[in-house]
Ligand binder design. Structure first.
Ligand code: HEC
Ligand code: HEC
Ligand code: HEC
Ligand code: HEC
Ligand code: HEC
Ligand code: HEC
Ligand code: HEC
Ligand code: HEC
Ligand code: HEC
Ligand code: HEC
Length: 321
């Protein structure tokens, strides 16, 4: 514990919690931090007088539990569980450098470690240290606000979608397309599909990048949490659904094409694999141009008029019913 507190006490220039990789690198070589001498734990009551504004709302905070229960050791109780022992700070009547963990002086990495002293175990389904966010210097405090949250549940600094759009402005336009998941309307959230704390590389079709896509039970695509009818197992599986994943055919956020389809014409979706040069396990291109099943005939170009169960079928190997 004390080594963590010490590492939090580095007096470095103030900066906002935002990707500043240069500053992060610099911190690796900063001189060893000094704990304000003689500092000891004094308890949260000692903070009330000068930080009445923070204290007044603190009872609503989930972190107040440690104060209410009185069961935790001093280094895990109340204000000092995050800010470190306060005696020197109180004796000096304040000051930023007298409190071991003044977040306004901390690097993202230090802030992350301060929170992870207790929250490490929350992220069994995530990969917080290796997430795209952590790797890019996004600290817990970029998204969570301990003292000024939009809501005391989850302590998010803003409403979730506003929070994400604050840094991912380009994604908003995708959720305004004609076919879309209704995130902007408030029926869904980014975190229904993503885990902002990171995720492990999936086995279905995401390649090397996880895109922090949350996994449903059993390492499945998060899409199946809601679209349970697509889950299977089916007697006749369409390998693309489970292997390449839904996003080979659908744009998950939004699309100008109906049904969130990634391409305007269904035929071109299918021919990604069902042609001579495709990535399918079998060369199906030849079969598709017989007189019996001829793609040059417009009747055959709307594949899904006949192959209606292309997510998988229990009745027909060609997904015709
Ligand atoms: C769960 C960790 C945590 C606990 C517990 C905590 N703080 Fe903080 N505090 C922070 C963080 C993180 C910041 C940086 C600002 C932010 O992100 O909200 C901060 C900022 C502050 C600030 C700077 C002004 C401000 O409002 O941002 C003061 C003063 C402060 N805390 C006092 C306290 C006091 C007093 C208590 C106990 C009543 C307390 N803190 C409990 C994490 C904590
Ligand atoms: C005698 C008054 C006083 C008491 C008691 C006091 N503080 Fe402070 N504290 C201050 C003042 C003044 C500042 C502002 C320092 C500045 O901005 O330079 C401050 C700033 C802080 C900050 C903000 C550092 C930052 O990131 O900018 C934290 C955190 C903090 N106090 C925590 C505590 C905690 C925890 C306690 C109880 C253990 C406590 N304070 C008790 C006067 C006090
Ligand atoms: C001393 C241990 C400790 C530290 C340090 C700590 N937390 Fe917590 N945190 C807790 C506990 C305990 C809860 C309450 C969990 C519960 O309600 O069961 C909690 C709750 C939360 C919640 C709300 C969870 C929910 O389900 O609504 C968030 C968000 C959170 N902490 C973020 C942070 C952040 C960000 C930091 C660093 C600035 C931090 N915590 C530091 C112990 C800690
Ligand atoms: C990019 C934004 C972002 C960052 C960075 C972030 N969080 Fe969260 N966090 C969220 C959102 C959004 C939720 C609510 C949705 C969810 O549960 O995933 C959440 C939920 C939580 C919860 C409650 C639910 C749970 O999973 O237990 C805790 C605790 C928490 N975060 C702690 C942290 C800590 C600690 C860090 C830093 C190590 C952190 N968060 C970093 C956005 C973020
Ligand atoms: C403080 C800024 C910030 C906030 C807030 C933020 N992000 Fe990020 N996010 C980033 C940065 C920086 C990256 C890494 C660079 C990149 O890939 O864009 C990133 C990466 C991602 C990625 C991976 C992108 C990829 O190409 O693999 C996803 C997914 C993501 N964020 C989702 C979210 C969600 C969901 C939220 C809201 C809960 C959120 N972000 C909030 C800054 C932020
Ligand atoms: C219906 C599920 C779903 C929802 C809801 C969702 N995403 Fe995604 N998102 C995905 C999937 C799946 C991918 C990976 C796509 C791929 O493989 O190309 C992705 C990719 C991303 C990426 C990286 C690729 C890119 O387009 O830049 C970012 C950033 C991102 N999402 C942010 C967000 C944000 C912000 C929100 C909320 C406003 C959100 N997502 C809501 C499923 C979703
Ligand atoms: C949280 C639940 C949820 C998750 C997770 C989810 N969806 Fe959906 N999806 C819906 C709802 C609800 C609709 C109905 C459309 C609406 O909201 O108007 C829908 C509609 C669709 C549609 C049809 C759109 C149309 O225009 O008819 C497709 C295709 C789709 N989702 C694919 C996906 C894919 C692919 C994923 C994973 C990346 C996914 N969904 C994840 C809830 C979800
Ligand atoms: C091989 C391409 C392909 C893959 C892979 C695929 N879909 Fe589809 N999906 C389609 C096509 C094409 C349609 C439109 C069918 C129509 O218009 O009759 C569709 C329609 C849908 C619809 C709306 C109509 C309905 O059947 O409910 C949903 C929801 C959907 N897909 C979800 C998913 C999910 C979830 C996954 C991943 C588990 C997935 N899709 C994988 C091609 C695909
Ligand atoms: C990502 C690649 C991929 C995409 C895209 C794709 N498929 Fe497939 N499809 C396959 C693979 C692989 C098989 C299994 C072939 C085998 O069993 O030899 C298959 C099998 C089939 C079969 C059954 C063939 C048989 O011999 O049992 C039909 C019918 C079919 N696909 C139709 C479609 C249609 C219609 C589309 C477009 C909506 C489509 N596929 C898109 C990869 C794909
Ligand atoms: C008019 C209905 C119809 C349309 C439209 C149609 N198919 Fe078929 N397809 C069939 C039938 C029926 C079979 C089964 C052939 C058989 O019994 O040998 C079949 C078989 C297949 C097979 C299995 C491979 C084979 O030939 O043995 C694939 C792959 C396939 N279709 C893909 C497609 C694709 C891709 C499209 C759109 C470009 C498409 N189909 C459009 C009726 C159709």
């Amino acid at each position: 514990m004390s080594s963590i507190i010490r590492s939090m006490a580095r007096p470095v220039a103030a900066f906002a919690f935002f990707p500043v990789l240069a500053v992060m690198a610099q911190s690796q070589t900063a001189p060893p931090p000094a704990v304000p001498s003689g500092s000891a734990f004094v308890g949260s009551n000692a903070c009330k007088t000068c930080h009445a504004d923070v204290w007044q709302n603190f009872y609503k905070n989930p972190h107040y539990k440690s104060v209410a229960s009185g069961m935790e050791p001093p280094e895990r109780t109340g204000c000092e569980s995050c800010h470190g022992p306060g005696q020197a700070h109180v004796a000096a009547s304040g000051g930023k450098t007298t409190i071991p963990r003044a977040f306004s002086l901390m690097q993202p990495k230090q802030a992350i470690e301060a929170c992870l002293t207790c929250h490490e175990n929350n992220f069994d389904k995530a990969n917080i240290r290796r997430s795209e966010h952590t790797q890019n210097g996004i600290a817990c405090t970029s998204c969570h606000s301990i003292h000024h949250p939009a809501s005391t549940k989850q302590l998010l600094a803003k409403k979730e979608s506003d929070l994400c759009y604050g840094c991912h402005a380009g994604i908003r336009a995708q959720f305004e397309m004609p076919s879309r998941h209704r995130v902007n309307e408030g029926f869904m959230q980014c975190s229904d599909c993503h885990n902002p704390h990171g995720s492990f590389a999936a086995t279905w079709g995401m390649g090397q990048r996880s895109h922090m896509v949350e996994q449903a039970l059993g390492n499945q695509s998060p899409c199946l949490k809601c679209h349970v009818d697509k889950r299977g197992p089916f007697v006749y599986e369409h390998p693309s659904v489970a292997v390449e994943g839904c996003q080979i055919c659908h744009s998950p956020h939004g699309s100008t094409n109906a049904k969130l389809l990634a391409r305007p014409v269904v035929l071109t979706l299918c021919l990604q694999c069902h042609n001579a040069g495709g990535s399918g396990t079998r060369n199906l291109g030849v079969d598709l141009q017989t007189s019996r099943h001829n793609l040059l005939d417009p009747k055959y170009q709307k594949c899904t008029t006949c192959h209606v169960r292309l997510h998988g079928s229990n009745a027909d190997q060609y997904f015709l019913r």
